[in-house]
Design a protein around this ligand. Structure first.
Ligand code: ARG
Length: 459
């Protein structure tokens, strides 16, 4: 005989090894609030369709709410022998209200219950993560007011390329985060479909009203196919992917700022409150927060990989393998939330080392492309102009000077159209001002974008 809620047909108790091995309550207890929410909605629906009396419904709802409150204030005892959070709560309900509690599981199974709880949990997380991402965007937009007019070297291949406004750089991160937020919203709509009532895999003969439960729980719709639903974890994988994408963005940002904090770059100073020291080298101020944001990407990527491997080749419908999904998703959500939370004050509090940036801004021929485009504008074909300016850059390199330091005769010799007017387009300020195309670092266009972002984020 087994004392499990499912033990009727069993002639032996569960082996201790299997009990320990298969339990999930140690981690899925995190779903308790969602589990109670789902059960309350289920009980209300069962009463509405006549499976429960109103009095039975009230006893169940009151009992569940009491259990939820006890779990919230740590006075509830979870039992490993009851496997998961779902059976722990249900058994506690039966212990408190007796046989009425034994009616709650009518017309559902743990398979649809788990999926419902997990979807509710992910939905809540998406809303929190969206806010955290918006806060980070706000921090970047706020920087545009802190660093007006500052020009940074823009890089490709980590080699100096063209000059960009610092604001343009801050807004680039806003755009990446905006796509991440869109991805979260898009993922949310697929997460937000109610599985409850698909039961174990085939549905139920009980005349339940799934739409009523969906409405009560704020789901946008009900999952259409019970077999699909009880085997589906796409929603969790999609969420894990979006978290991975956020993590990858944060990791690139962190990497860049770690470089910027080096003596070699000397572009940025992080507030002391966001640096750590060395136990042996007294002078050190290390960007450990940034390094850990970069480092924690490994676990988020690893979690996604684990989920992909977990679901690869599972036959329909529910398989116990699916229980392995929770910890990976919990970990990714926790990790990314913590990274976003830490990133915002670092972005807001960092200081651009303007003097050091300005002192080096004339290195790297950031204005060469602008000069080439000037030559194009007076009718020289692009390939020819590229070659001519390339030669001029070569000359300046040999003399270890800026393009603007070359004498007028040098320009005229390179091409007759390169008269004194070249000096009007050389230098990073002029180069930045010369940009015109939509989406470029042109100062007026960037200023407009800053306004667009402020309005979007209500800064
Ligand atoms: N705790 C399990 C999970 O997270 C639920 C088990 C559901 N069903 C079953 N037949 N064992 O997936």
């Amino acid at each position: 005989m087994s004392d499990k809620p499912w033990g009727g047909a069993f002639e032996q108790p569960t082996d201790q090894l299997l009990e320990q091995f298969s339990e999930s309550v140690s981690f899925d207890r995190r779903l308790y609030a969602q589990d109670v929410r789902g059960s309350v909605a289920h009980a209300r629906m069962l009463a509405a369709v006549g499976v429960l009396t109103d009095d039975e419904r009230d006893q169940i709802v009151d009992g569940l709410v009491q259990i939820r409150d006890e779990i919230a204030n740590n006075s509830f005892e979870f039992k490993t022998s009851l496997e998961d959070v779902h059976m722990n709560i249900e058994r506690a309900l039966v212990e408190r209200i007796g046989d009425v509690g034994r009616k709650l599981h009518t017309g559902r199974s743990r398979n649809d219950q788990v999926s419902t709880d997990f979807r509710l949990w992910i939905r809540d997380q998406i809303d929190t993560l969206d806010q955290l991402a918006a806060n980070l965007q706000r921090a970047f937009v706020h920087r545009c007011d802190l660093d007006p007019g500052v020009i940074l070297p823009g890089y490709t291949h980590l080699q100096r390329a063209q000059p960009v406004l610092a604001s343009h750089y801050w807004l680039a991160w806003c755009e990446k985060l905006a796509r991440d937020r869109q991805r979260l919203a898009d993922c949310r709509s697929r997460v937000n479909q109610l599985p409850l009532g698909t039961a174990a895999l085939a549905g139920t003969t009980i005349p339940i009203d799934r739409q009523m439960v969906a409405d009560e729980l704020g789901f946008e719709g009900v999952v259409a196919n019970s077999l699909d639903s009880s085997s589906d974890r796409d929603f969790a994988l999609e969420f894990a992917y979006v978290l991975t994408q956020i993590s990858l963005h944060l990791s690139s940002w962190a990497e860049e700022w770690i470089l910027w904090c080096t003596t070699e770059f000397n572009f940025l100073k992080l507030p002391d409150a966001f640096c750590t020291g060395s136990s042996i080298m007294p002078q050190k101020k290390n960007p450990d927060g940034l390094e850990l944001i970069r480092g924690k990407t490994a676990r988020v990527v690893g979690n996604l990989q684990a989920l992909i491997t977990l679901t690869k080749g599972l036959p329909m419908a529910y398989n116990r393998d699916l229980q392995e999904d929770k910890e990976r998703v919990f970990d990714s959500a926790d990790t990314v939330a913590a990274c976003l939370e830490l990133a915002a004050p670092m972005v807001a509090g960092a200081e651009l080392k303007r003097e050091s940036i300005a002192a080096g801004i004339d290195r790297g021929y950031l204005d060469a492309t602008t000069l080439m485009e000037y030559l194009i504008s007076v009718g020289v074909p692009q390939r020819t102009a590229h070659e001519i300016i390339g030669k001029l850059v070569g000359t300046a390199m040999k003399q270890d000077c800026r393009l603007a330091d070359l004498p007028a005769a040098e320009f005229e010799a390179a091409h007759p159209s390169l008269d004194n007017k070249v000096y009007d387009v050389l230098g990073v300020e002029r180069a930045v001002a010369a940009f015109q195309s939509l989406g470029s670092t042109n100062p007026e266009l960037v200023a407009k974008q800053v306004e667009v972002w402020k309005n979007k984020l209500n800064n």
